[in-house]
Each structure stands twice: as C-alpha cells, then as structure tokens.
Design a protein around this ligand. Structure first.
Ligand code: BGC
Length: 806
C-alpha cells in the first residue's frame, strides 16, 4: 500500500513542516509522532556505516576504499557492497547512508581522491549506480554526493569553481546523471562549493533545472553538513533538508520566511512531500517493517572486494604469485599497522583489523620462514597508548565537578557530532585521559599529544607539556590535519607510573560547533624505546639480503590522505623511498605492496620485481594480501585512474583557488583524456596472473546511435582468471576538441585455462555525444573501436560508423 503523502501533509501545520526540513540533531530529522513518523537517521559511508555514534565503541564492517571498489570495474560487486551497507545501516538504526562519493579524480592532489571512484565519468557512474541499487534494495536511502564539482578540498566551503558548461556536462555531472537515470537514488547531497558563481545549496539551475526537471530526480536534496547558508536562497534553490541540526537555516527561520511572503507555502509543501516520501521509502514510519534481507558475511565480502581490487602494476619474471619460498622478510611500519581507510567523515571503526603481518602469518605455506622488521616508519603521529596502560576518561565542568567518566581501551577520544551520555559542549570544560602505565622495557619512552585546545601532560608527576595547541587559518583544515607534540621521559621497566593528559576545549571549537556539531578529538600516543631510524633501515637491508623474498609495505598516512585539505606532493612520506631502493638493491625478489588510496610517485619502480597496489584495503586487507601473494586468488583490479610518473607530469595540478575562484581551465582534458604517454601506469592497467588473447571483435551499431560490441577472448594462461574487457573509441579523423580516445564501455569475464569466453559490451549513444550550445549533439560518423586490456593496450580494433536512425 502506498502511503497518501498529501493526506499526511494536510495534517501538518507550517511550523511542523519547516521543522521536518531541518536536522533535529547532528544526524537526524525530528520524529512527528502525530503522523506516525519516526526520526529519519543519516550516517556516513561509503566504506561502512558509522551509525549515530562516532566512536570505536560502536564498530562497523570496514570495506576497502572507493578507489578500490572502482578498481574491480564490477558494478555487480558494488551492488553487493551496497547490500551489505544496507544491512549495516539497519543494524545501526540508520535510514540514509551518506554515500556514494562520485566527484571525479580531476587531480591526484585532491584530498578525498581515495573516497571517489575514478577519473572517468562512465566508470564512476556505473560503479555508483551499482552501489546505489544495492543500498536501496535493502530499503535504505543514499545521498549521492557532492553535487557538484567538489573535486578538491582547498577552501572547500567557499571555493567558486569556474567550469565550462561542456566539462560540467561531459565530466562532472555525468556520473550523477547515470546514477539518477539507472538507479533512481532517493537522495543527493548539495556540495559546499559554488559553481560558476552560485553556491550549490542555492543552485536553482543545476538542482531544480538539471537534476529535477531534466533528469527526473524525485528524491530529496540534503545539504552537506553546515553547507546551507541562506533560508530563502536555499529554499528557492531546491534544497529540501538543511543539516546538521538543531541550528539550521530552516525550521523556525523558514516558517518566518513563509509568513513574511518570501517563500511560498507551496514550495515548502513540495519539500515536505519529498521528505515524507524519503521516510516512506526508508521505512521510517513507525508502522513500517524494513524488507527482509538475507544475511551477508561482512568480513568475507570485505576480503573478496580487497582481492578483486588489488592491482598488479608490475610483475617482472613473474615473481608473483610466490612459489613456496624458503624465507620471506616482511618490512614496513604499515605491514604491522596498515592504513585501512582514508581520513575524514568517511571514517568508521572496525571491530578488528587483519594486518599484512597477521595475514601472512596465518597463511604461511609449510616450510616458509617469515621475519618482520619495521625498516622505516612514515607516521608522524604515534599509535594511541594501549599496551600496559590502564586509562579512563574524566569529564569536568568549569567548576571542576566531574560530569562523567568512561573506561578507555586506548588513549584516544573521538567525540564527533553528538557528545556521549548527553554531555553538552556549553557546560563541558575539560576532559582527562588518565590512569597508569607499567613499562615493559626501561629507557626513553616517547609520548605524543594531539588535539586542538589546551593540553597538559604529566607523567610520573612531571609536567612534560603545558600549553595551547591552537589552529591557525582554516579551522576545518586544522581539525583534519592532525599535528602532534612529542615529549620523552626516562622510565624503568616494571615500575608503574601515573599518566594524565588534560584537554581544555577552546572557544573557537565551541563556536565552530554552532551549538550542534561537536568536534572533541584528542589523544595520547606512546612509543617504547626502540632502534633509531638508521639502525632500523640497516636491519631491514640486512634481513632482505638473507631472505629469498622481501615484501615491503609502503604507503601514505593520515596526514597525507584525508578530507579537509589537499595533498601537496605525491611522494611517499618519510624515508620509504629510500627503504625500497635499499631493499631492492639487497634482494632481486623485492615485492612492493602499496598501501595508499590515491596515486603516489614510485621513483624505484623499474628496480623492483613486483608492485602490488592494495589501496586502503579495509579490515580484511591482510588476509586478502596473503591470498594474493601466495596465489590462492588473482589480483583482479585495473587502475580506475592514471598514475602519473611525477606530480609535475600530471595534467591537472591546480587545486588552489585564486581570490576564491578555482578555474577548471583544462576543460574536458583530465586524466587519460589529456593523453599522458609518459605516465607510470595507465588508466585501465593491471596484470592479473593469467594471459588472454583477444580473438575476435564485432561491432553492431544500434538505431539509437550507440553500438553492441562482442569480444571473443581466450584465457591462454594456466590458471583461471578474470579479465576486464575495455572498449575505447577514437574519432576518424581525430578531432582536436575531443580526447584521442575514451572509454565507451566495459565488461568483466571469467574463464578457466584454455577456455574461450565472449564479452558483451553495450556502448550508449552518449559515448559519442558532446555538449554544444546548450544541448547534447550526437556526433555520428566513423570511429575506431578498440577492445583493450588497458587504455594503452589495444588488442583488437575495427572501424565502424555510428548514426542515429531513429
Ligand atoms: C562531508 C560529507 C559528509 C558530512 C557528514 C561533510 O564534511 O563533506 O561528505 O557526509 O560531512 O559527515
């Protein structure tokens, strides 16, 4: 039975209506018991569903980064991921997942690169559509985000992106359009930034015009958190819901604007009707039961996606898969403590993590000896204090009275959004992480302090730090870009000492919260005495020389890839390049495992035997890695984005606005569209463990102006495998206004050794359309169709003529 939304609407007075368009709290809309409506709850994805609490006490299945999901080139797998997230959402009382992120990899410097799928709009759109279908089949909503042109982070709240209509249509709007048309999403999130002079929460032309009228989007438009600025502008610009609450531009302020005749009651009714529809679709009415969904093994799916996403960039002398070596040395800080996900609002807390070291230990073939050494540690913050610490958190008000105490598993407080136990930022003055520490070894112990505020650290009754740690410049960037103060103290093994870190909330963070969005994050890190960096490096080289195979895990850190700021460099942080170069010189069988969500420079790439890109691989990454290294699974991924040899050779490096404006002056020429002959690894590249011959290609033009492509191929290797068959088009003759070639479609196929298989690839008419003078134009004529292993490895080609005949 469909609910009569108009009848419900008639039961609401103006104040209730406008209340329903504003967050009641950070993650939820108000309940309206009079019409049987419960609170609609939102929560961040896309790698897991965090729930209303931003804390490790409420863990979530943690999947590989979105770049990894895109590297599978498999919308059906994205759909299964969506299904799992729907289950997770239900488990946590969430109705709408704030995902997928379908902004493009315009520049490798983009801070949230790891959270977006690809530089290609078609791949982004199809993976995004699969994801959305999967979530919504589970009766849970999405907000496809961030609409639109939020492709970098610098000045993200205010930047005005200047982009041509053509680039907007052909690149940046394209994934949203594909998803709206194919998956009918129930929500879209309006971005912080402006596009061509108008902020996206007030962009009538793009929201009401393109999204709603042109594409037929019938869901809600939700503001990014704190993005809505103006009551009348937002209401007229098509924004339905202003988040987070309770202080927003809607609610009472919208009711006043209606009473003053500045916003029409009909407009408000339309907005409320869409919110009621969302509530109905996501089963937020109290008489609704969510659909039955079969259980999914989250751990197994996280591992499967990881395996399928790993991209084998290089495999000289087929060193991989490993063939029962006698000895393996595993090297790198990230091998023991991997980075499993990117930073920022996409953060979730896994229940447990399988590190590469855990994974390899568990899967070690009989007769293989495994050694581990750190080599180089790129992290600029110490891991939170845990081993041999007994810690509690104590919360005080300005008068020093204790408001609450909490047991802590580790020396870290992450209270984002709502504060726990009804605590209020207005009355809370300080939080202590305090307890005891019993060192296991004697020597100089290092303590690390992070957090924006006044910090005081005492250890063994000595004050080691007492001072402000206040941000300068953009507060949000400062929040995201964690900085650490370190202090050392000599301690004795077995002698228990008192430890206390006191954090005082600064006034600018209270103001930032606007009475609703708390950001109370600080931590106590610890490192026991260990070898100095030179000695650690030497030890790695020594063990590499003694072992048959050296596996070096290198990658980025929280200070490199996160929301709120862009990257400044593509270099691996710390001394990791030096580590790889030295280990490779000591051992010809050096396998480099990359633990990064986005491109990094690999200056030693020709000197190592193999490079396996594992992205931010989620909670089961270590198990997936062992399976792939030992050959139980094939690394199935293909690059969803070009990896430039150096930052300077990347076609787009400007992410820094000038006087508030960021010009997309490269127009439609981003990524492989800009032709990068000297890239380190090209779009679509990935080796796998078997080989394929492409035996036949047939192209049948369709009357609509697209084509049906059939590719016959054979697995010519000696093990089963999966191939991503990519179809690229080039216009004949070449057209300087268009890229030399572009992806027009793809399909994944599987075959056993010696087996033949046919890939069917559907090429939409849109593949040959361009946006000219305010409309799509179908560019009929001759095209070279190439069935390819990657964007630079065509295997079969033929010329066909496309035209619209209907
Ligand atoms: C991010 C969004 C996110 C929201 C809520 C914003 O800062 O840009 O992607 O969904 O916060 O956490």
């Amino acid at each position: 039975m469909t609910r009569d939304l108009d009848a419900l609407l008639n039961e609401l007075d103006l104040d209730t209506k406008t209340r329903l368009l504003a967050g009641a709290a950070v993650w939820s809309l108000p309940a309206v018991p009079g019409i049987g409506l419960g609170a609609v709850v939102f929560s961040d994805g896309p790698v897991g569903v965090r729930g209303e609490h931003w804390s490790a006490e409420d863990p979530s299945v943690t999947l590989p980064s979105p770049t990894a999901l895109a590297a599978t080139w498999d919308p059906a797998l994205a759909r299964r991921v969506g299904g799992l997230l729907a289950l997770e959402a239900r488990r946590k009382g969430v109705h709408v997942v704030l995902a997928p992120t379908v902004n493009l990899h315009r520049s490798p410097l983009g801070g949230r690169h790891f959270e977006c799928y690809s530089e290609d709009p078609l791949l982004t759109g199809l993976i995004g559509a699969g994801f959305v279908i999967g979530v919504q089949e589970g009766g849970v909503g999405v907000t496809v985000k961030h609409f639109v042109a939020n492709d970098s982070e610098t000045e993200r709240f205010t930047v005005d992106v200047h982009v041509s209509e053509r680039a907007l249509r052909e690149l940046y709007l394209a994934p949203f359009e594909t998803i709206v048309r194919q998956a009918r999403p129930w929500g879209v999130m309006a971005a912080y930034n402006s596009v061509n002079g108008r902020t996206m929460t007030e962009h009538d032309a793009l929201v009401n015009g393109v999204l709603r009228r042109e594409w037929g989007f019938d869901g809600v438009v939700v503001s990014d958190w704190l993005a809505a600025r103006d009551t009348i502008g937002a209401a007229k610009g098509g924004l339905d819901i202003a988040m987070p609450g309770p202080n927003t531009v809607y609610g009472e302020r919208l009711a006043e604007a209606v009473r003053a005749g500045q916003v029409s009651p009909r407009r408000v009714d339309d907005m409320v009707r869409r919110v009621l529809l969302l509530a109905d679709r996501t089963h937020a009415f109290t008489d609704q039961k969510p659909p039955k969904q079969s259980e999914v093994d989250g751990e197994a799916l996280a591992q499967e996606v990881a395996q399928r996403s790993f991209v084998l960039l290089r495999n000289k002398k087929t060193v991989l898969p490993l063939k029962s070596p006698k000895s393996v040395v595993l090297i790198g800080a990230l091998a023991a403590e991997p980075k499993i996900l990117g930073g920022g609002s996409a953060t979730v807390f896994p229940d447990h993590v399988v590190s590469p070291l855990d994974g390899l230990r568990a899967a070690l073939p009989h007769g293989t000896e495994l050694r581990y050494t750190v080599g180089a540690d790129p992290r600029t913050t110490l891991p939170p204090a845990t081993d041999n610490f007994r810690l509690r958190a104590m919360v005080h008000d300005a008068g020093g009275s204790e408001l609450a105490t909490f047991a802590l598993r580790e020396g870290k407080i992450d209270w984002i959004g709502d504060l726990p136990r009804g605590l209020d930022l207005a009355t809370l003055e300080s939080v202590d992480i305090a307890g005891t520490f019993t060192p296991a070894v004697s020597g100089r112990h290092t303590f690390g302090l992070t957090g924006l505020g006044h910090l005081t650290l005492t250890v063994d009754r000595q004050t080691l730090f007492d001072g402000p740690s206040t941000p300068s410049g953009d507060l949000f960037a400062a929040i995201m870009k964690v900085r650490e103060h370190r202090r050392e103290i000599e301690l004795e093994a077995g002698r228990t000492v008192d430890v206390r870190l006191t954090y005082r909330v600064p006034e600018d963070l209270r103001a930032f919260a606007q009475g609703s969005f708390a950001w109370l994050v600080f931590g106590l890190g610890h490192q026991a005495p260990g070898p100095d960096p030179d000695a650690a490096m030497k030890e790695a080289v020594r063990l590499a020389g003694l072992s048959e195979v050296a596996v070096v895990v290198v990658g980025t850190t929280a200070e490199v890839e996160s929301e709120g700021f862009d990257r400044a460099s593509l270099r691996l942080p710390g001394r990791q390049d030096e580590l790889v170069a030295k280990v490779a010189a000591a051992n010809p069988n050096t396998v480099v495992v990359l633990n990064a969500g986005a491109p990094v420079e690999l200056p030693w790439r020709e000197d190592v035997a193999a490079i396996l890109l594992t992205w931010f691989p989620g909670q089961s990454g270590g198990a997936a890695l062992a399976n792939v290294l030992f050959g139980h699974e094939e690394p199935g991924g293909r690059l969803p984005t070009t990896w430039p040899a150096t930052l300077a050779r990347s076609p787009v490096t400007n992410v820094q606005p000038h006087e508030g404006v960021l010009e997309y002056d490269e127009d439609v020429f981003i990524g492989y569209r800009a032709a990068q002959p000297d890239a380190a690894y090209h779009f679509g590249h990935g080796l796998g463990y078997t080989t394929w011959s492409y035996d036949d290609l047939a192209v049948a033009p369709t009357p609509e102006g697209g084509a049906a492509v059939r590719v016959r191929l054979r697995n010519t290797g000696d093990r089963a495998g999966r191939e991503v068959v990519q179809v690229y088009l080039s216009p004949v003759p070449p057209d300087a206004e268009r890229p030399a070639r572009w992806l027009a479609g793809f399909a994944t196929v599987e075959a056993g050794p010696g087996e033949e298989v046919t890939a069917l690839v559907h090429v939409e008419p849109r593949a040959v359309e361009t946006w000219r003078a305010g409309a799509w134009r179908h560019n009929g004529g001759e095209y070279v169709f190439e069935a390819s292993h990657s964007s630079t490895e065509p295997r079969r080609g033929l010329t066909a003529t496309l035209g619209k005949t209907c």
